[in-house]
Design a binder for this molecule. Structure first.
Ligand SMILES: C[S@@+](CC[C@H](N)C(=O)[O-])C[C@H]1O[C@@H](n2cnc3c(N)ncnc32)[C@H](O)[C@@H]1O
Length: 250
């Protein structure tokens, strides 16, 4: 029996549903309420990737996977390594793609976390840089890891204060190459109201002093990036709705 090849139709339907979901403020608020309930149980901390703890919502792991698979960057830079799961996750995708490496920057790479990362089978694809993400010295070390002509993606997941994220966007945005993404984590903090602000964190970031505020300021300063509307629209059970920006400029 022959069946109709519906792949294009299937993708078109996915896109249509995602865009409709993005306009459904009621659905977003329901999901946000769920996120806030789950946050009591440190939900984003409950997962690991190939044995290493990853501090992400599952929806963001899926979204990042879609970005990396579609864009196949040569270099992925992540600020905020923590226990390393996100780096291992992105390295595992690059391993299957067959090229590329992940560069991780963290102000404090603890010995036991370095040990887990360096002993992992994917460690040959990973470079660790210890230091504050926005200093001249750290940025020089990051730039030295980017070969000439490489396509570059960036994930910002370190200090989530507005000023720091804006500083990171200004420092790391220019490193992102056309067609690649900069992902700004924890933008959901800017979608919650004061009473919904998660408090079980090392620091508390209130609406206005968080990554979404930084993204909105940065998007007014540059025309190199645009929000990927279809991708962000489906990010309801996510830490980073509105945080996936595509580089459209040279
Ligand atoms: C949310 S965790 C990163 C989680 C990790 N990306 C993951 O998905 O598993 C934030 C990390 O940012 C680091 N950090 C905080 N401020 C920083 C700064 N100014 N520069 C670089 N790293 C910083 C912290 O040490 C911490 O390890």
């Amino acid at each position: 029996m022959t069946t109709k090849d519906d792949r294009l139709e299937f993708e078109a339907h996915k896109r249509e549903m995602a865009l409709a979901l993005g306009k459904d403020e009621d659905a977003f608020q329901h999901a946000l309420n769920t996120l806030i309930v789950l946050d009591k149980y440190d939900y984003a901390y409950l997962w690991s990737w190939m044995g290493v703890p990853i501090i992400q919502m599952p929806a963001d792991v899926m979204a990042t996977q879609e970005v990396v698979w579609n864009t196949k960057p040569d270099v992925i830079i992540e600020t905020g390594v923590a226990r390393g799961g996100s780096m291992i996750f992105m390295a595992s995708l690059l391993k299957v793609i067959g090229k590329g490496k992940v560069v991780g920057v963290d102000i404090d790479i603890r010995a036991h976390n370095r040990d887990s990362i360096e002993k992992h089978p994917l460690s040959p694809l990973i470079t660790l840089i210890e230091g504050p993400s926005t200093t001249t010295e750290t940025l020089a070390k990051v730039r030295a890891e980017i070969p000439a002509g490489a396509s570059v993606m960036v994930v910002l997941d370190s200090d989530h204060g507005r000023d720091h994220v804006l500083d990171e966007l200004r420092c790391y945005g220019p490193l992102v190459t056309q067609g690649q993404y900069i992902v700004v984590a924890d933008t959901v903090l800017g979608r919650a109201d004061m009473s919904q602000t998660p408090t079980k964190r090392s620091k508390i970031w209130y609406p206005g002093d968080e990554p979404y505020a930084a993204v909105n300021t940065y998007l007014k300063e540059t025309d190199r990036f645009e929000t990927d509307e279809a991708l962000n629209s489906k990010l309801v059970l996510s830490s980073s709705p509105g945080g996936y920006l595509k580089c459209i400029g040279k």
